[in-house]
Design a protein around this ligand. Structure first.
Ligand code: NDP
Length: 400
């Protein structure tokens, strides 16, 4: 069917590339382009010969619009799938505008010097994308991504109005290290050390980091402590789900992770303010990233399951109703299939699905959109087909 340019070659991109190669009818040709070309070449060498998808590789600095434009003009992709870091979102969107190419990503833009999780910078591109006749699909990972698709699906099939959404992200995996992060450490620590917040009655309620704690018994995992965090999809769901009164996001963390994080915070290692060290400017968090285990290396060590989903409360035909939809994913199964643990897998699969739906036209409208603004049904079907089957529970235990 078409050509996809994949930018970035880290944990998530590796899964998305494997999945594109399993889906050669749609992804006839892909180009993997990243800062370190040797990683792209290694992935190509691993997959070539196992797939009908033709794989190309290239070096690109995605902070530079002119380099991106030159690459897009040379390869002429139908879509660009951005799996680099959130800092590159705007330069890649600019290059897509110049070359009139559709755009998909999995995380909202963040300025390098402030940990802000807001869509305002990307939503500001709406008119430009509409006028150029191209589509930008924002946040096609798991959370954001599948959580927005679950919300649109609940809205379409089960509710007249959704009043409450609780997004529960549980990682019951154990990698055997006292402290490591399951995806890019810098992005992960920026997210969890920021203040928490939730959306209630049209306003943000801010909390201290990890201030709100609950316990939940997760299917496939068991009882875990989970903590309220700010998460980017709260902003778009607050606008796109009608009648919504409150949305919260909870993520599970083990005690060892939290104790290490507190200690690192207390000594200043999670700061994003540059400091002077032996004549160089260094950012403590970036230095910390360099000494922590590479998330890609966790694959063979991680055992256990993830369980991510959404609990909805609302009304249908005048009656109150609850609905829980979630996916359970096994770290070892993912590793067997694509050589990555479940956190990369649960993001890389929806990234491929989003790119597929934009490319085949099922989810393609000029403008800038969040996933919940499209028909959820083809995405839900694709999740079952491509490795992330979901389960439903109409009488879930609620979170107080
Ligand atoms: P990694 O750090 O493993 O990979 C990032 C990749 O981007 C690396 O290959 C890196 O290159 C490349 N890169 C960084 N800067 C540039 C640049 N300037 N130009 C070109 N390439 C660059 O991250 P992950 O794979 O864990 O995460 C990828 C994205 O997925 C992130 O945006 C993350 O926030 C998002 N994510 C979304 C989730 C969701 O559910 N929605 C969940 C998890 C992650 P190099 O190899 O040289 O370092």
């Amino acid at each position: 069917m078409g050509k996809c340019l994949i930018i970035g070659c880290g944990g998530v991109a590796s899964v998305a590339v494997h999945k594109c190669c399993q889906n050669s009818e749609v992804f006839t040709e892909i180009m993997i382009a990243s800062r370190t070309k040797s990683k792209c070449d290694a992935l190509k060498d691993k997959l070539q010969g196992t797939t009908k998808t033709k794989i190309h590789t290239a070096q690109v600095d995605a902070d530079k619009v002119d380099e991106l434009v030159a690459l897009i003009e040379k390869f002429q992709p139908d879509v660009v799938l951005n799996l680099a870091l959130p800092y590159q979102d705007l330069t890649i969107m600019d290059a897509c505008l110049i070359t009139k190419t559709h755009y998909i990503d999995t995380a909202n833009y963040e300025p390098l010097d402030t940990a802000k999780f807001e869509y305002k910078w990307q939503w500001a591109y709406r008119d430009k994308f509409r006028e150029a006749g191209i589509c930008a699909l924002l946040g096609s990972g798991f959370d954001p991504g599948v959580t927005g698709v679950f919300s649109a699906y609940a809205q379409k099939h089960y509710f007249d109005e959704i009043h409450y959404i609780d997004i529960l992200d549980c990682n019951g995996g154990d990698h055997g290290y006292p402290f490591a992060t399951n995806f890019n450490p810098e992005i992960n620590i920026r997210e969890v050390s920021a203040n928490g917040s939730y959306w209630e009655n049209g306003k943000w309620i801010e909390t201290k980091p990890m201030e709100i704690k609950r316990e939940y018994d997760f299917d496939g995992v068991g009882k875990k402590d989970m903590y309220l965090l700010h998460h980017e999809e709260l902003e778009s769901l607050g606008k796109n789900i009608k009648g919504i009164k409150r949305i919260r996001f909870f993520m599970t963390f083990g005690q060892s992770y939290l104790t290490h994080l507190k200690c690192l915070e207390n000594v200043g290692m999670t700061s994003i303010e540059p400091i002077e060290y032996e004549g160089h400017q260094i950012v403590p968090l970036q230095f910390l990233k360099a000494v922590l285990p590479d998330p890609a290396s966790l694959g063979p060590r991680t055992k256990g399951k993830t369980n991510i989903g959404c609990i909805f409360q609302g009304v249908k035909d005048g009656k109150e109703r609850t609905y829980y939809v979630y996916n359970v994913c096994d770290h070892q199964e993912c590793y067997k299939e694509v050589g990555s643990q479940a956190v990369s897998y649960t993001t890389g699969v929806p990234a491929m699905i989003g790119a597929m739906l934009v490319m085949n036209g099922q989810w393609n409208r000029p403008g800038v959109w969040n996933v919940e603004e499209f028909d959820p049904d083809p995405f839900m079907e694709a999740l079952n087909r491509w490795g992330l089957p979901w389960k439903e529970n109409f009488h879930p235990v609620l979170v107080d």
